[in-house]
Design a protein around this ligand. Structure first.
Ligand code: C2E
Ligand code: CA
Ligand code: CA
Ligand code: CA
Length: 281
């Protein structure tokens, strides 16, 4: 017998059952993708706007799906970050990134001053052995922490800031730096900036989009840049797509840019071919 939709029984509505099935399917697909190692990463260059030189790259997860092709994180990252699978998947990705760096180093193509940034989600930071796991990956590939940067968001420190700060300091002692990602989009960006020992902020694309046409956005970005430079933090403008945006940003010293204007995320191999020197300087 069909129940009238009300209260808890709503879950029996056919549409919702479909949604539940879809999520269950996604969960088992993610589990399989992890086991079969179908997750990989692309690399997007980070450029010093004035010097026009490569200063780093961000590793961005991709799902090489056997039937659906390359799946962008928008389709699964929210679900993944809210499931326990983010921990093994995140660690596998870190391992893959370090393996890539190791190989490039052996080819003499990975400059010592270059860092690859890896996105770390909240659940990973709350793993009691997060620091130990990161250090064993570095150890496995005989890499210094100075080849890595971790990108965290404000939300990532919401629940236990002391624990997160403690882990950050331990990793920083090994040479890993931290960037505060999507800066400005959270609820209390300034309070996190005050409490988290970050080295860099990444100004969210939503602020960059209209800097050349919206005076209010321009004023906000100018203020964020002022605060960050007074705190001696590196500054990345995310999602720079036009010459006009780059031009506007170039009125400030030392801005780093990441965006389609310079390049899109590339397969690791293509990134190495296009950006890594044949013999390091
Ligand atoms: P994010 O960390 O803010 O990464 C930047 C996103 O902006 C990337 O999307 C990148 O491809 C895109 N992007 C860069 N430049 C431009 C531009 O000029 N225009 C536009 N429209 N987009 C640009 P992507 O790769 O789809 O990743 C989306 C989000 O998924 C990331 O946002 C991050 O929050 C999450 N993510 C990606 N990889 C990982 C990962 O390995 N672990 C975790 N936990 N999250 C990840
Ligand atoms: Ca990021
Ligand atoms: Ca971001
Ligand atoms: Ca984001």
């Amino acid at each position: 017998a069909k129940r009238r939709p009300h209260g808890h029984y709503q879950v029996f509505e056919p549409q919702m059952a479909e949604e539940v099935n879809r999520l269950l399917q996604l969960e088992s697909d993610i589990r399989a993708a992890y086991q079969e190692h179908h997750f990989t990463f692309y690399l997007q260059p980070l450029i010093d706007l004035h010097a026009r030189v490569l200063v780093g790259a961000e590793a961005l997860i991709r799902w090489e799906h056997p039937t659906r092709g390359l799946v962008q994180p928008g389709a699964f990252i929210g679900f993944l970050e809210n499931s326990d699978m983010i921990n093994p998947v995140g660690l596998q990705l870190l391992d893959d990134v370090c393996q890539f760096i190791r190989r490039q180093k052996e080819l003499g193509r990975f400059p010592a001053e270059l860092r690859v940034a890896v996105n770390i989600s909240e659940r990973q930071l709350y793993d009691a052995d997060f620091v130990g796991k990161c250090l064993s990956v570095l150890h496995k590939y005989k890499l210094p922490g100075s080849c890595l940067e971790f990108e965290i968001t404000e939300g990532a420190a919401l629940h236990n800031i002391d624990e997160v700060v403690d882990k950050m300091r331990k990793l920083q002692n090994e040479g890993i730096t931290f960037a505060l990602d999507d800066f400005g989009t959270g609820y209390s960006s300034l309070s996190y900036l005050k409490r988290l020992p970050v080295n860099k902020i990444k100004i969210d694309k939503s602020f960059i989009d209209d800097i050349t046409i919206d005076p209010q956005d321009a004023a906000m970005v100018a203020s964020i840049i002022a605060i960050a430079s007074n705190m001696n933090l590196l500054i990345v403008a995310e999602g720079v797509e036009t010459d006009a945006q780059a031009q506007w940003l170039s009125q400030y010293e030392g801005i780093l840019i990441q965006g389609y204007l310079f390049d899109r995320p590339l397969q690791a191999q293509a990134f190495a071919q296009n950006y890594l020197p044949e013999s390091p300087t």
